[in-house]
Ligand binder design. Sequence first.
Ligand code: GLA
Length: 697
Amino acid sequence: MATVQFDPDHRLWLLTGPTTAYALRVAEDGGLRHVHWGAVLTLAQAVRLAEQPSPAASSFEAIAGVDELAVEGGPRFGPASLLVRFADGTRGVEWRYDGHDADAGHLRVHLRDRHYPLHVTMHYRLHPDSDVLERWTTVENRDDRRPVTVLRCDSAAWTVPHRGTYRMSHLVGGWNSEFQLRRDSVPVAETVLTSRRGMTSHHANPWLAVDDGTAGEEHGEVWSTALAWSGSWRITVHRDPVGRTSWTGGFGHDGLTWSLAPGETLDTPVFAGLHSTGGFGAASRAWHGYVRRHVLTHPAETRPVLYNSWEATGFDVDEAGQLALAARAASLGVELFVMDDGWFGARASDRAGLGDWTPNPVRFPAGLGPLVAEVRRLGMRFGLWVEPEMVNPDSDLYRAHPDWVLRMANRQRTEMRHQLVLNLARPEVAEWTHGWLDGLVRAHQIDFLKWDANRPFTEAGWPGHDDPDRLWIAHTRAVYQIMDRLRADHPGLRIETCSGGGGRADLGVLARTDQVWTSDNTDPVDRLGIQAGFSQLFPAQVMAAWVTDSPNVATARHTPLRFRFHVAMAGALGIGGDLTTWTEDELKEAAELVAAYKRVRGVVQHGTAYRLRGDGALTAVQYVHDGEHVVLAWCPVRRYGHEPAPLRLTAVAPDAVYRDRKTGTAYPGALLRHSGLPLELPPGDHASTLVHLERLG
Ligand code: GLA
């Protein structure tokens, strides 16, 4: 259920979802104020809440209540969500309420400036099957002559009820260490989470959760938000000295401007918010449900087991080598064979060739045709690595179009990984990019693209353009448009989002891709933390995870094959090792483990996930789907040789009985909850197990 109610006397709206409600009102000054975000209330109760005096009212802070989209103007001194400057130099906005309309859970509140023809619509949308509230903002300059400079236009500001303390959970990291979950107390300050890189980034993810410091995995109130945007972004969390906490967020980072031309409209991405009462676990499950039902395009599909050649070959790619890998991959039960970097142009290393998207004639003398045909004959689908937004200066593309890159007059062109960024905000560059991708996919009926982006923006200028900063937003939109167009024209095409691993993972890109390359770090011990962080927002079906060689190429850690598989089975399983070096025993064990994964992947990929433990000694996740339960448990180190404490299952009914599909042992639910699931872990470090239970009545 999703309803929108309006109280005309108080000019207050109440949006109600399955278990939460959200209320806002028009204030005396014409702006929109926050009223409520939390448990379900009646309209009358929301009105009473709105009448409560602000704890901050004084002559130094005269705005009572927190704005839904704060502007400059009047006595407002916190971070503004909307910052504008008119052509005559006037800054800020003075609001006038301009009506509203609503249909099917979508409320649009219209505001305009009292003097200037600047119109703003604030959108609130609830789906009947989710407590996730989608919010975004539309700004329109109806002046027929003069532009308006937009210095900031956030999607939404979120406010939580007044609590004594506030804690913030967020995801930080770097290349090879993405999605590290941190829980920090929110300081009385403005705390900025941001990416200035033109990409979502490895360093911070535009998801955060706020609680009062007492929530746990399965209990407590949690307010969390996620921005659906894949370029630069900024979220400012503001805890003021009188105790209110709110945060405003949107696309673009500090200092960028957008000149809104006469008649032009700026639409922000969705900033989605979720209130949940069952702790961080329930919040994640609600996000997973939302991603499945309202973000992903093919949520019901089961992701195939893929093979990727990157760790096996690096840039040393050729037809014979790929054929050898493909034959072995097929024998293991792999369903999708993906050739990574190194197949095109003069791409023998990362120094050359990016931009020249034709098969290297020495490595593939007859083009890709023979490889694709053989992969298909082996019963697998075919996928290819591409990096469409980038160019090596040592490439035919750059020699022909040195002006196509992001650049500024009188500034150097900083190279990272010997490459520059193409300015896809330029229509001819976007058109060219779409053209070669479309041709490539069409020529070989390619099933899958791994869409990579291996450097951030620098010197992001657009010489000759009178509003160059807009490229920061227009580039990302162009990426979205190319993906959307490719998918519309090639309905069978699936896309993996990648930016040096998990540098572009967000709800915006997931609306046009099918999975995320989670991290270039494939070490299973490191992956446990990366995957736990990733699972805060994203469901297992989009989390690509490969089994690679031991010792691991990034960490030199030795781990058993079974442990590597069990860790990768927590998501969309792939294999990325050099199969030509695996022994017969390893290949046999790998084939068995792939088969075991195929038996449980429906539950893992489409099930409801419960993070049971993650205490260092034991990490475990339980997936539940249609009466089937899969438990994956990993013991990265056995300190003192001690066994971990019993693994108690949370998602079982005490009065039901659960049978282990492999051993046949039946367990009463009450005991699984109370004394735990007996785990048959091999001795020593890097021990792991997979248990598949079914509910018997
Ligand atoms: C990035 C990706 C890797 C691989 C390389 C190829 O780093 O994350 O998986 O595709 O590029 O250059």
